[in-house]
Design a protein around this ligand. Structure first.
Ligand SMILES: [Zn+2]
Length: 227
């Protein structure tokens, strides 16, 4: 797939620091990693890139093979505390292992609550408990349904020497935005779907309102992993 002619590249960002960061998850899974910080990101946030697998070695920038990339939006409740209201924790865990196997980067984007922030996300949860879905709850709080821009992600990839990616995502907006910023998305690789009784409605809404490509079981309360 070729770069879209309308692509508008954001300003160039630079790598600020890179350092080895071995990872161990709650289930015992471990992998080597290298974490990068940046200078000049357009939204001024402290996003991180984790190089995993064969990309975790120093001086691997400029490798011509297409890396597997995941843009993971920060979710404090799901990533750190294992919240059952969403599937972010298992998504993050899966992404790290799959990227470590293949070689690539996990971009950890500080975009809590689809960009509305942590406190607003909790307010949106409270609204959802009155029967409103996750997108309408954001709208009711004066936000967009999804406020995330991936301009900074495209800057980070550029700084890492990556112009072509295999994108690990079920979210078509991520591929569309990356292409609009000049990144060539060679392939979109679907992630697993993690369903629990508590997040079933949330996932259904993501599929319906966010046009995520998810296949959900019709029976509520199914817990486990599907492809
Ligand atoms: Zn989450």
């Amino acid at each position: 797939m070729s770069e879209e002619p309308t692509a508008v590249r954001p300003p160039v960002a630079m790598i600020r620091t890179q350092v080895e960061l071995p990872l161990q998850f709650a289930d015992g899974y471990t992998t080597g990693g290298r974490v990068f910080s940046f200078e000049g990101l357009v939204d001024g946030r402290e996003h991180l890139a984790f190089a995993l697998g064969d990309r975790a070695a120093p001086h691997s920038a400029g490798d011509r093979r297409v890396p597997l990339i995941r843009l993971h939006s920060e979710c404090l409740t799901g990533d750190v505390f294992g919240s059952q209201r969403c599937d972010c924790g298992p998504q993050l865990r899966e992404a790290v292992e799959r990227i470590a196997e293949t070689g690539g980067y996990l971009l950890y984007m500080r975009q809590e609550g689809r960009g509305i922030g942590l406190y607003s996300k909790l307010e949106a949860y409270a609204l959802q408990d009155t029967g409103i879905d996750t997108y309408d709850a954001n709208l009711a709080l004066g936000h967009e349904g999804d406020e995330r821009s991936y301009a900074a992600a495209s800057q980070m990839l550029d700084a890492l020497g990556v112009s072509r990616v295999a994108l690990l995502s079920n979210n078509p907006d991520k591929a569309r935005q990356l292409r609009s910023f000049g990144v060539t998305v060679v392939e979109q690789v679907p992630t697993g779907v993690y369903v629990s009784a508590a997040n079933h409605r949330y996932l259904e809404t993501k599929a319906r309102r966010g046009r995520h490509t998810l296949e959900l079981p019709s029976v509520l309360g199914v817990s486990g992993r599907m492809r």
